[in-house]
Write a protein that binds this ligand. Structure first.
Ligand code: E4P
Length: 219
């Protein structure tokens, strides 16, 4: 399973990249706003800065909601850097834009997926990724992991090449469950990625090893 970080924060992206486990980045307009990135030129420069930090795919989301606007923006984003994947919401215009962009060999990530039907339309339109939002489903009394499992199963059964990118991940258990059900990618906040490091027995074991070493070496 590939690991993407879900942030537009350059320091967090650098930190995850430095760990050597990062396969890509996802952003969205809210994450860009959280970093105070505004204005077309600043937004484009920020995406380029992210691409220079990581080796893998970087999702950059269109703001337009009309078909013409989506494809214009999508082509502009894709031209920025070869690592850019154009993120498009699952709407009727979004599906048409994904179909157009995939026909131009521009990779896409269909976002705001909350049902298998939406994932089906995105896959048929040629999306490179679909992004089902686990946490937001869980927040609304619906099993987000179950949706990941269903989409993985039906993509495998029918041979769709679209990758399942589990999004809206809140914690380490979401990541482990994504592994169990076969998600292709999990995009996670840095806190969840680093949370995977933690186990009290590791801390206790390391303290014991160091104490024993000190006992016989520093008499
Ligand atoms: C997906 O790519 C989105 O950026 C993201 O995962 C949404 O997560 P949230 O529900 O924590 O905002």
């Amino acid at each position: 399973m590939k690991f993407f970080i879900d942030t537009a924060n350059l320091e967090q992206i650098k930190e995850a990249q430095a760990m050597g486990i990062l396969d890509g980045v996802t952003t969205n307009p809210s994450l860009m706003a959280k970093e105070g990135i505004s204005g077309d030129e600043n937004v484009l420069n920020h995406y380029k800065a992210i691409c220079e930090i990581v080796d893998g795919d970087v999702s950059a989301e269109v703001i337009a909601t009309d078909y013409e606007g989506m494809i214009k923006e999508g082509e502009m984003l894709a031209a920025l850097h070869p690592q850019i994947v154009v993120k498009v919401p699952i709407t009727e215009n979004g599906i048409k834009a994904i179909k157009y962009l995939s026909g131009k060999n521009i990779r896409t990530n269909c976002t705001l997926i909350f049902s298998t039907g939406q994932a089906l339309l995105a896959a048929k339109a040629g999306a490179t990724y679909v992004s089902p939002f686990i946490g937001r489903l869980d927040d609304n009394s619906t099993d987000g992991i179950k949706l990941i499992e269903q989409i993985v199963d039906f993509f495998n059964y029918y041979g769709y090449e679209t990758q399942v990118l589990a999004a809206s991940i809140r914690n380490t258990m979401h990541i482990i469950r994504c592994l169990e059900v076969g998600a292709d990618v999990a995009t996670c906040p840095l806190s969840a990625i680093k949370g995977l490091l933690n186990h009290p027995l590791t801390d206790i074991g390391l303290a014991q090893f160091l104490a024993d070493h000190k006992r016989v070496n520093n008499k």
